[in-house]
Design a protein around this ligand. Structure first.
Ligand SMILES: [Cu+2]
Length: 291
C-alpha cells in the first residue's frame, strides 16, 4: 500500500516536473507565440491551467482525506449541523474572487485583440471553396492581389505518396508581411463561412459572406507561419491552408516591387488572377502545382 502511494506520488511529481517542458516545446501545447498577443493568450492559457490544477488538487485532496480519515470502520460519526452562514459566504466569495482573477487579464487581452485601429498595412482575405484570396488594401503593397491555393501534390493526398513536412499546409502564393508592422486583416467570404486561423499569431476569426470582420497581428519574428481554415466549409475544408511569410522590411519592399512589376515577367499566373474562382467546377487544389 505504502509502495503504491510512493510510486503514484513520484509519477505525479515526474509529470509535474515535465509540465513546463511540454508547455515550452510546442508539441503538446500551443504553437510558439510570434506576436505579443499570442504570448498573452499563451500566458492566459497556462495561468488558467495552473489555477485548474490547484483547485483540482485542493478539492480532491480534501475529499479523499475526508473519506479516508472519517471512515465508518474508524467509528466516525457524521456531523449534524445543517446551515452554516460562514461556510456559505466563503463558498460564494472564494469562487467569485477566483473568477474575477481570471476574467480581469482575459478581458484585457480580448480588448487588445479587438483593437484593430491604426494599422500600417491592411489586407483583405476572402474565403472561397476552397482557397483564399488576398487583396492588399492599404499601406505598402496596396493594390497587390492574388489567390492562394493548396500546393500539396495530389499524389500525396490520393495515392499515399510520401508526405512532405508541410503536408496540406503549403500554398502556391504566400501572404508576405514585414516584421514589426501592425497588419490588419479584413475577413469575408464569397460562398460559405470560413475562418482564418494562424495559431502562432494568436489570430482566429470567422470569414462570413456579406460581413467584414477584422483581426490584427504584429509579427515579432521572421519566418513562415502556417494555419488552416477553421470553419467546416465543405468537402475540401482541410485543403485551404494559410501561409504567412514574415520578412524584413527590405525584403518586403523588394517583394512589393516584384509583385508590382509588369506581368510579362510573372512566373506565377495565378498571382494576378482576380476573377472569382468557379465554385461550380470540380476543385483540384493541387493540380496547378503537381509536377
Ligand atoms: Cu474554409
Amino acid at each position: 500500500m505504502k509502495k503504491t502511494v510512493v510510486r503514484t506520488a513520484s509519477l505525479i511529481g515526474v509529470v509535474l516536473a515535465m509540465a513546463p517542458a511540454f508547455a515550452l516545446d510546442g508539441q503538446y501545447n500551443f504553437q510558439h507565440p510570434v506576436t505579443h498577443l499570442a504570448e498573452d493568450i499563451f500566458g492566459l492559457h497556462m495561468l488558467m491551467f495552473w489555477i485548474c490544477v490547484v483547485i483540482f488538487v485542493a478539492v480532491f485532496g480534501v475529499m479523499f482525506y475526508s473519506v479516508f480519515a472519517h471512515r465508518k470502520s474508524k467509528g466516525a460519526v457524521a456531523a449534524t449541523f445543517h446551515e452554516s452562514t460562514t461556510v456559505e459566504i466563503l463558498w460564494t466569495i472564494v469562487p467569485v474572487v477566483i473568477l474575477l482573477g481570471m476574467a480581469w487579464p482575459a478581458t484585457k487581452t480580448v480588448l487588445a485583440m479587438k483593437d484593430t485601429s491604426n494599422p500600417e498595412i491592411t489586407i483583405k482575405a476572402t474565403g472561397y471553396q476552397w482557397k483564399w484570396g488576398y487583396d492588399y488594401m492599404q499601406g505598402e503593397g496596396q493594390g497587390i492581389s492574388f489567390l492562394s491555393t493548396l500546393s500539396t501534390p495530389r499524389a500525396q493526398i490520393d495515392q499515399g505518396e510520401w508526405k512532405g513536412d508541410n503536408y496540406l499546409l503549403e500554398v502556391d502564393n504566400e501572404v508576405v508581411v514585414p516584421i514589426g508592422k501592425k497588419v490588419r486583416v479584413l475577413l469575408t467570404a464569397q460562398d460559405v463561412i470560413h475562418a482564418w486561423w494562424v495559431p502562432a499569431f494568436g489570430v482566429k476569426q470567422d470569414a462570413i459572406p456579406g460581413f467584414i470582420r477584422d483581426v490584427w497581428f504584429k509579427a515579432e519574428k521572421e519566418g513562415v507561419f502556417r494555419g488552416n481554415c477553421a470553419e467546416l466549409c465543405g468537402k475540401d475544408h482541410g485543403f485551404m491552408p494559410i501561409v504567412v511569410r514574415v520578412v524584413s522590411q527590405q525584403a518586403y519592399t523588394e517583394w512589393v516591387a516584384a509583385k508590382a512589376a509588369p506581368p510579362a515577367a510573372a512566373s506565377a499566373p495565378a498571382t494576378t488572377d482576380k476573377a472569382a474562382p468557379s465554385a461550380a467546377s470540380e476543385p483540384k487544389p493541387a493540380a496547378a502545382s503537381a509536377s
